[in-house]
Every structure is written in C-alpha cells, then in structure tokens.
Design a protein around this ligand. Structure first.
Ligand code: A3D
Length: 320
C-alpha cells in the first residue's frame, strides 16, 4: 500500500520541524513547498539524510511547484510571516491574508481531497479565509491552536503539581489570542478537576490564576525569548498530533479551530472548540455546557475573532 502523502506549505521554522517529525514518526512521504528557493529543497535533503541514522523510511521532496503536492492526504499550512517582539498576532493579518489566497488556490487545484490544518496567524481568521479561498468542505479545513495552548497549560500545571504531563488533561477554548479561554472546570489531573485540587490544597486560586495568565501569554513568552521569531517545536508537534489523528482515523478529541454552524452560538466562523478528528476530518464538535462566566469569556473571544474576520472582508472583497 502506498504511503500517505503529507504536503507542508511553508518550509520555515515550523514547516521544517513538521517535516522532521512526520519522517521520524513515519507518517508518510513529505513534500515541502515554499516560495523561498532552496529552503524546502535544503531542508528536505537534510532530513532525508538523517534517515539512515534515525531509521525511518520516508521520501522527502522540496519544491516551489504546487503540482508536486498533487494527491496529498494532509496539507499543513505555515506559509506567511511570524511575529517579532512587540507585534501582536493581529498585526500579521494583511500580509498573511494574501498568502492564504495563493495557498488556498494551490491546494484547491492540486489536493482538493486533503485534510487541511492551518497554523498561520492570526489563526482563527486565516483558517476561515483559507477555507473560503480553497472552497474545500468546512469539515476538511481546520486550524491548530488549541492543542498547543492546551499543551502549554498542561505543562505549567504539571510543574505546579509535580506530576507527569501525561496525567494532566486540559483544554483551551475560543480564539487563539489574548482572549483565549483555558477551561478550569474541565481540566483534570488523573480525572480530578482543578477546583477539587484547590480544595485539596494542591494549589491556590492565586497560583492557578497566574498559570492561566501564563498560558494566555505563552506565545509572547517564547517570542520575547527568541527575539527573531515565534515558537516552532511545540506548534509543529501539536499539528502532527492532529494529522496523525486524521491519517489513522483515531477519533481523537482535540481542541481545534473548527467551523461552527451554530455550535456554542457561533455561526459561519472558525473558533477553538473540542472536536473529534478521524477519517472524516472534523467529524464532530463536542458541545460542552459552559456556565455563565465561561460563556461570557468565550463570547468575548468570539467577538475578537469576528473583528478579524470582518477586517479580512474589508481587505479582500471576494470574501464578503
Ligand atoms: P517562518 O519560519 O517565517 O516560515 C514561514 C515560511 O513561509 C517562510 O519560509 C516563507 O518563505 C514562507 N512563505 C511566505 N509566503 C509564502 C507563500 N506565499 N507561499 C508559500 N510559502 C510562503 O515562520 P514560522 O514557521 O515560525 O511560523 C509560520 C506561521 O505560523 C506564522 O504565521 C506564525 O505566526 C504562525 N504560528 C502559529 C501558531 C499557532 O499556534 C496558531 C504558533 C506559532 C506560529
């Protein structure tokens, strides 16, 4: 049986890491596409040359030609520009919207049956535009942000409690920005909800509040340290988790930027919600019940995403 084909649109920091992880995990053959001549070819060859030592079987190819992504089963999109210190994700909107147009058209013409995972920021607006530009079914186009934001939250919680990250389960809802909503009631250590852990004296409300804020600022913390770009190891790992769920029909329940058609009161927009990923793409949105306070935070986050979507419509009339 032929190996699955994974197309990576954008061969920068995240794109290169995605290619490396996909090869190490033998998820399939990898095509790295980028407009920067030599970058995808160089990274593909370098990773392929690690194969004998790492012991994987996968073909890797770098290209500037969209025809090479033909028949891709999964496309992961990181094309565009990342943040520098002092920039917000929203500052990237104008430049990255134009990139989404060319990427959407390239995918539609060459890999219309692919499951598409967008990572380019500002995430929730870019995945919305990518779906519009590509014309692919909404359940086959999604955005990666929640898996990363949740991984950051889980990491910080595991440090606080001194327990394995594997036993910390948590998710973050809403848009991928300052208004994201880390869920406290639904986050657990081995099934024990965070509010119970406060009662048990494992932490305090103040310490938990600081962790929630650090989660919201997680991207900026890395940008501030790196100074030349944004996070790439954890974002790539999160997107590979989503790609694997699709390719292996795992029915994983992961927080994704998914197209909402009325769920959580959101219509016709992408926003971070718990989703089931399997062979059908985004197969189901898990509509958990939010309390009043959580719904208010979620609505505020959705408003922020709506502002960005409206800005996209203002820039490109074909999206209106
Ligand atoms: P970077 O290393 O700059 O790579 C981006 C690549 O895109 C470069 O190699 C460019 O040459 C390429 N590119 C630019 N325009 C095009 C085009 N039209 N077609 C094809 N390729 C093009 O950035 P990165 O990999 O660090 O980040 C990529 C994106 O992911 C940025 O927008 C980041 O803001 C975003 N990001 C999102 C998250 C989320 O959690 C959603 C996390 C981290 C980064």
């Amino acid at each position: 049986m032929a190996r699955p084909r994974i197309a990576l649109i954008g061969a920068g920091q995240i794109g290169g890491t995605l290619a490396h992880l996909a090869a190490l995990k033998e998820l399939g053959d990898v095509v790295l596409f980028d407009i920067a001549e030599g970058t995808p070819e160089g990274k593909a060859l370098d990773i392929a040359e690690s194969g004998p030592s790492a012991r994987f079987d996968a073909h890797l190819k770098g290209t500037q030609d969209y025809a090479d992504i033909a028949g891709a089963d999964v496309c992961i999109v990181t094309a565009g520009v990342p943040r520098k210190p002092g920039m917000s994700r929203d500052d990237l909107l104008g430049i990255n919207l134009k990139v989404m147009k060319s990427v959407g058209e390239g995918i539609a013409a060459n890999a219309p049956d692919a499951f598409v995972i967008c990572i380019t920021n500002p995430l929730d607006a870019m995945v919305w535009a990518l779906q519009k530009f590509s014309g692919l079914p909404a359940n086959k186009v999604c955005g990666m942000a929640g898996v990363l934001d949740s991984a950051r939250f889980r990491h910080f919680l595991s440090l606080e409690f001194g327990v394995s990250m594997r036993d910390v389960s948590a998710f973050v809802l809403g848009g991928h920005g300052d208004t994201m909503v880390p869920s406290v009631r639904y986050s657990t250590v081995a099934g024990i909800p965070l509010p119970d852990l406060i009662e048990m004296g494992w932490t305090t409300q103040d310490r938990l509040d600081a962790i929630l804020q650090r989660t919201r600022d997680g991207g900026a913390e890395i940008v501030g340290l790196l100074k030349t770009g944004s996070a790439f190891y954890a974002p790539a790992t999160a997107a590979i988790e989503m790609a694997e769920a699709y390719l292996k029909d795992q029915k994983r329940v992961l927080p994704c930027a998914a197209h909402c058609a009325g769920e959580f009161g959101v219509k016709g927009m992408y926003v971070g919600v718990p989703s089931v990923i399997g062979e059908g793409g985004i197969e189901r949105i898990v509509e958990i019940r939010l309390n009043k306070e959580e719904q208010a935070m979620f609505d505020k986050s959705v408003d922020a995403v709506k502002g960005l979507v409206d800005a996209c419509k203002g820039i490109d009339g074909s999206l209106a």
